[in-house]
Design a binder for this molecule. Structure first.
Ligand code: AMP
Length: 213
């Protein structure tokens, strides 16, 4: 499987990408996760990226393309990939097209998960993430058994700095102005499928499978 999951922050791309990638033995490539790993390690790239991330702004395209190129060349990606949170700008989409040509790993589908801004804000502001295994919870919709502790690995749950409401609203503006135009871009390429992202995790998962055949 070689695909892109498009959609606003908090629509559930990450959750779906993890399940699909496991089932298909494909690489789950989340540029947000890669950036957060750099931030956690305190690399120069991470320090520079955090300035943008904390403001809800997109990290510059050249930085992102460097990360994606490295990741795509790793062995697991040869078996398939699911991009989550990438591409986010027209420039990234064009650069990705060239990269996939060079690597001979052509895209098979782009799935756009859809949800309203209000739903997304509610989902994200209650989101808690495990520091260790990155499992995602929601204080209201999918709480852990013990508050603040990951069910899977016992790791500490935290709220991402960019998950506070003011930053989420800025991320949504970035999404609508810079990323949403990619929906038409991929529709024109005949690759686009749309899925209602407001359903349960399982229903969305089934709908994605149905959409991509
Ligand atoms: P995410 O976890 O995908 O919502 O990403 C969190 C933050 O990382 C975003 O708000 C951006 O600041 C940055 N980021 C992640 N992926 C990209 C990308 N493809 N292009 C630019 N910035 C990105």
């Amino acid at each position: 499987m070689r695909m892109i999951l498009l959609g606003p922050p908090g629509v559930g791309k990450g959750t779906q990408a993890v399940t699909l990638a496991q089932a298909e033995q494909a690489a789950h490539i989340s540029t947000g996760d890669i950036l957060r790993a750099h931030v956690a390690q305190g690399t120069p790239l991470g320090k520079a990226a955090k300035e943008y991330m904390d403001k809800g702004l997109l990290v510059p395209d050249d930085v992102i393309m460097g990360l994606v190129k490295d990741r795509l060349q790793q062995p697991d990606a040869q078996n398939g990939y699911i991009f989550d949170g990438f591409p986010r700008t027209a420039a990234q989409a064009v650069a990705l097209g060239q990269l996939l040509n060079e690597e001979e790993l052509p895209l098979e589908a782009v799935v756009s998960l859809e949800a309203s801004d209000e739903l997304v804000v509610e989902r994200i502001s209650g989101r808690r993430t495990c520091r260790e295994c990155k499992e995602v919870y929601h204080v209201k919709f999918s709480p852990p058994k013990v508050t603040g502790v990951c069910d899977k690995c016992g790791g500490e749950l935290y709220q991402r700095d960019d998950d506070i409401e003011t930053v989420v609203r800025k991320r949504l503006t970035e999404y609508h102005t810079k990323t949403a135009p990619l929906i038409e871009y991929y529709r024109a390429e005949g690759l686009l499928k749309t899925v209602d992202g407001t359903q349960s995790v399982q229903a969305v998962s089934q709908a994605i499978r149905k959409a991509i055949g």
